[in-house]
Write a protein that binds this ligand. Sequence first.
Ligand SMILES: [Cu+2]
Length: 135
Amino acid sequence: MRHLLGILGMVLAMAMSAAPALAHSTVKSTAPVSGSILPASPAEVTITFNEPARMTSIIVVEAGKPERKLEFKPGGSSTVFMVHEPKLSTGRNEIKWTALSKDGHPISGAIIIVIKPGAAPSSPRPAPSHDHQGG
Ligand SMILES: [Cu+2]
């Protein structure tokens, strides 16, 4: 009898661990990945879910700056969401997103991206002036 209960317990444990049917949507991947150290702000940030979700907000928290909302696409249900030109600051950037899981529950996460200091900004340097006034 003891032995049978043991087996039953094992079967039950296995059944419970193998029940992902009602799980929340989860992030499958992000680009860049969290923890990336980049020489400049990426052209875009993408967040990919394992199943369609609805992104509700994406904000970036930069060191010493107020939180900033990031525009993302698309607005409806999708598996991939994209932020074009996030214009991340030098230093640590925490991109915090919130979304609605396919099952209707709120889910959230964050991507940390560090932009290396000292890297050249993408804007061109002002051309040296050649006015020969005076002298
Ligand atoms: Cu849920």
